[in-house]
Ligand binder design. Structure first.
Ligand SMILES: Cc1ncc(COP(=O)(O)O)c(C=O)c1O
Length: 468
């Protein structure tokens, strides 16, 4: 224990020094060959090593090779810097090391509170027990779609868990081409079949075309298929678009579909001034997936599934063998009854710490600031003759492309730009395909990004493109 105290103090100093130094270093650099070999090729030590030696290795070989998402000029995918309060409590969660499957200890009780807080922040209805923390939104999506699948089967008088899907009319899920891949993975994993996931077209702003959705549902019903769920997005990963949730909710209500919303990245965008109308209808969803490890900066990994009817998730997952029966569990039972994980980590502590340290006003400020940066970049792009804006900005993502010449292989150029920018180390952005074109996208999540960083980003793109 003396060893742990001394090493712990050293680790705390390393954490503080690392976080303080991040803005001064390169955003990202490739891991040198020798280091890659050290990291991936080492042998299991025959005998145990002192804690101080382990810290020395971490300092020499791990901390110098970050992914880059701690840096204010990291604009790739949807990866935030860690909130300091979340970092602070991670070792304490590990020291307690509970399984938050259930039981009467701090973890499950705190999880109930943070899930409620997340529902309150996003304006999602929250009955007691209406949600749980997960590894991320991919797992939250599995929870929600499994609940949807079981509810649809029960409504049709059978039990998907008991019987499997064979011999039944295919369950059909509706997503747009902008819907996240985790929806497809969940559908495949749940045995729905990739061919039963319908791609609903989008409008010019990359939002679901609800008239097309309505027509597709009607067509599937006529063909004897079983439409069971529509998944809208509250913040797509490509452009941050928010689907017309209220109109989707109408279609879901007309046809008894489960209405799921993927708000993994963007659900908190509802807190930005003037954003609420874009999110109208979110509170009519049956389920909402959102990721505290995205916009909030809760250290990875922490997702959340919110459910209007917690009983639907329990019906899809509860399986309590005799060795897990808990007479004192109360009406809600154990959290493990609502999802696939049995042993569950203490995700609530870092989420509680992050939310407590920000407070509601801090979350609103973060969302306002980062959405403002996305709008500012869009304005800069529109003013610049060598850039083109590709989508309206609704959340904190700007989708655009570099157009130094009017013709030529602009797709090829924009496909090559992200890595060329990343390799220079001064900014980090990633690419995508949007509306059939190769695009650049910058996602703002860092509380310390400045307008000057946006200028640097555009200059970095120009310089990197010239070198291609
Ligand atoms: C819109 C959206 N949905 C779902 C996901 C999947 O979330 P996770 O990676 O936490 O499983 C992401 C991840 O970036 C996302 O941006």
């Amino acid at each position: 224990m003396t060893d742990l105290r001394a090493a712990g103090e050293r680790a705390a100093a390393l954490v503080a020094a690392h976080l303080a130094g991040v803005p001064d270093g390169p955003v990202w650099q490739p891991v040198p060959d020798g280091e890659r070999a050290w990291l991936s090729g080492q042998e299991l030590p025959a005998d145990g090593r002192p804690l101080a030696d382990l810290l020395a290795d971490v300092r020499a070989h791990v901390l110098p090779h970050p992914m880059g998402n701690g840096h204010p000029r990291f604009f790739g995918w949807v990866n935030s810097p860690p909130n300091p309060a979340g970092v602070l409590v991670e070792p304490l969660a590990a020291a307690l090391n509970p399984s938050c499957a259930g039981g009467d200890h701090a973890g499950p009780h705190l999880e109930r509170a943070v899930v409620r807080w997340l529902a309150e922040l996003t304006g999602f209805p929250h009955p007691p027990g209406g949600g749980l923390l997960t590894s991320g939104a991919s797992m939250a999506t599995i929870v929600c779609l499994a609940a949807a699948r079981q509810r649809a089967a029960r409504a049709d008088g059978w039990d998907a868990r008991e019987e499997g899907l064979a011999g039944r009319p295919p369950f059909v899920l509706y997503v747009t081409e902008e819907g996240h891949s985790c929806l497809h993975k969940a559908a495949q994993l749940l045995g729905l079949g990739a061919r039963n996931v319908r791609t609903v077209p989008v409008d010019a702003a990359y939002r679901m075309d609800v008239a097309a959705l309505r027509a597709m549902v009607a067509e599937d019903l006529t063909a004897g298929r079983r439409p069971f769920c529509v998944a809208g997005s509250a913040g797509t990963v490509n452009s941050g678009a928010v689907d017309p949730l209220d109109a989707i909710a109408d279609v879901a209500a007309e046809h008894g579909l489960w209405f799921h919303v993927d708000g993994a990245y963007g659900a908190l965008g509802v807190l930005a001034e003037g954003a609420a109308p874009h999110y109208a209808g979110l509170d009519r969803a049956d389920s909402l997936a959102l990721d505290p490890h995205k916009w909030l900066g809760v250290p990875v990994g922490c997702g959340c599934a919110l459910l209007r009817d917690p009983g639907a998730a329990r019906a899809a997952f509860s399986l309590v063998p005799s060795y897990l029966v808990d007479e004192n569990a109360g009406d809600l039972g154990w959290l493990a009854e609502y999802g696939p994980e049995q042993t569950r980590p203490f995700r609530a502590l870092k989420t509680w710490a992050t939310l407590s340290s920000l407070g509601r006003s801090g979350v609103v400020r973060l969302v306002e600031r980062t959405t403002g940066l996305a709008r500012t970049l869009a304005e800069m792009v529109e003013r610049a003759p060598d850039f083109e804006l590709l989508a309206p900005v609704v959340t904190s993502i700007t989708a655009f492309r570099h157009t130094p010449a009017r013709s030529g292989d602009l797709d090829g150029l924009n496909r090559a730009i992200p890595f060329a920018v990343q390799a220079r180390g001064n900014a980090f952005l990633t690419g995508t395909r949007l509306g059939g074109r190769d695009a650049l996208r910058a996602c703002f999540l860092h509380p310390d990004t400045t307008q000057r960083d946006l200028e640097i980003l555009l200059d970095e793109i120009r310089v990197a493109a010239k070198g291609l």
